[in-house]
Design a binder for this molecule. Structure first.
Ligand SMILES: [Mg+2]
Length: 337
C-alpha cells in the first residue's frame, strides 16, 4: 500500500481566485511545482482532491474543470512533476442547516476512499494539505494527518476559525513547499519509529519464548532431582556410577521422561567432525545433560567438564550429580551455560 499526499487545489497549488471561472485565472503558487516534484521523488503519491461546486451552481461548465486540470498537469510536467490522480466533486453543498448531499464533497472522504481503492493507498498513513479547515476536517475523518497552508484562505482560516475549530491541525505551513518538507521529514520519522518499535516487539517475543523454555527446563530439572533422590535413597552412597546410571534410567522410564544414555558428543575441529568418543552420561528430553559421579567431593574440573559438554552439544543446562554423599541434595550442581 502507498502513502499519499492529498492536495487541495485552489489556494494550495494555484492562487485562490474565488470561483475559477476562466482558464486565464489559473496561476500556480510559487514553489508548488518544486513541492510536487519532491513528493514524486520521495515515492509518495501526489493526489489532488478538489471541491468545484461552481458546476452545480451553474457558474461554469464541467469542461472548464478538465481544461484547468490539463493546464495544471502541463505546467507541472514542464517542471518535471506530475500528479498520480485528480479527484473532483462537482456537487453543490447540502442546503443550509440540512445534512445529506453527496458523499464526496470535502470534508467528506468519498474522494479519498475512491483514490485509496484505485491507487492502493493507506489513508491512515497519508497526509492532506489544504488552505481550509474543510481540508483539515477531511483529513481527520479519514485518519490522515492534516497540514494547513497559509496561502489561499489559510491565514484567515487560522485567525478567525482556528480558535473555535473542533479539529486539530498537525502542522501549519507557510506554503505547499514548507508543507511537503514537513511531510517528508515526518514520513522518515515514521519509518524510523516503526523500525524502533518492531525491534523490541521481536525481542520481547523472543524473550517470552526463552522464558517459557527456561521454565520448562526448570520443571524438568526438578523432576530429575526428585528421581535422583529416590535412586539414592534406594541404593545409598558409594556405589559405582554405572549402577546409579541404570537405576536412574529405570526411574526416568517409569515416569515417561525420554532420555539417551551415553550420548555421543561430536567435536567439530576446523569444520571437520572428529569422533573423540566423548559421551554424556545422560541427556534428558534433549534438554538437560547429566554427568554422574561417585567421588569424595566435586571439584572445579568436574564443573569444567560439564561446561565443555554443554558448549559442544549446544545444550543450556547441565547437572552434575555426585551420588557418593549422605544427602544427595548436597551432591547436585546445576550448571547453566
Ligand atoms: Mg482550497
Amino acid at each position: 500500500m502507498h502513502t499519499a499526499v492529498f492536495l487541495d487545489r485552489d489556494g494550495t497549488i494555484n492562487e485562490e481566485m474565488g470561483y475559477l471561472n476562466h482558464i486565464d485565472r489559473f496561476m500556480l503558487i510559487p514553489g508548488a511545482v518544486a513541492a510536487i516534484r519532491s513528493i514524486n521523488e520521495s515515492g509518495l503519491k501526489a493526489v489532488v482532491v478538489t471541491n468545484q461546486s461552481g458546476v452545480a451552481r451553474g457558474y461554469f461548465p464541467k469542461e472548464l474543470i478538465d481544461q484547468v486540470h490539463q493546464k495544471m498537469s502541463g505546467l507541472l510536467e514542464e517542471g518535471g512533476a506530475f500528479l498520480d490522480g485528480i479527484y473532483t466533486c462537482t456537487h453543490a453543498p447540502p442546503s443550509k442547516g440540512k445534512s445529506g448531499g453527496c458523499g464526496c464533497r470535502k470534508p467528506k472522504i468519498g474522494l479519498m476512499k475512491q483514490a485509496a481503492q484505485e491507487l492502493n493507498l493507506d489513508l491512515e498513513k497519508s497526509y492532506v494539505v489544504g488552505d481550509r479547515f474543510k481540508d483539515v476536517e477531511m483529513a481527520r475523518n479519514a485518519g490522515a494527518k492534516a497540514i494547513l497552508v497559509l496561502t489561499g484562505y489559510g491565514k484567515g482560516e487560522i485567525e478567525f476559525l482556528g480558535p473555535s475549530s473542533k479539529v486539530q491541525v498537525d502542522f501549519v505551513a507557510k506554503n505547499l513547499e514548507e508543507a511537503v518538507k514537513w511531510i517528508l521529514a515526518d514520513t522518515k520519522g515514521q519509518t524510523e519509529r516503526a523500525k524502533g518499535q518492531r525491534k523490541p516487539q521481536r525481542s520481547q517475543r523472543a524473550q517470552r519464548k526463552a522464558n517459557v523454555e527456561m521454565a520448562e527446563i526448570d520443571r524438568l530439572s526438578n523432576r530429575i532431582i526428585g528421581l535422583a533422590i529416590e535412586t539414592h535413597r534406594q541404593l545409598g552412597p558409594g556405589l559405582l556410577e554405572s549402577a546409579y546410571q541404570q537405576s536412574l534410567a529405570y526411574e526416568l522410564s517409569k515416569n515417561n521422561i525420554p532420555f539417551e544414555l551415553e550420548k555421543k558428543i561430536p567435536v567439530t575441529y576446523k569444520l571437520v567432525n572428529i569422533d573423540c568418543a566423548y559421551r554424556a552420561d545422560m541427556v534428558v528430553d534433549n534438554k538437560i545433560l547429566l554427568e554422574l559421579k561417585s567421588v569424595d567431593r566435586l571439584l572445579p574440573i568436574h564443573k569444567a567438564q560439564v561446561l565443555t559438554y554443554l558448549k559442544l552439544s549446544g545444550l543450556k543446562l547441565g547437572m552434575l550429580i555426585n551420588f557418593n554423599v549422605t544427602l544427595l541434595r548436597r551432591g547436585i550442581r546445576r550448571i547453566i551455560l
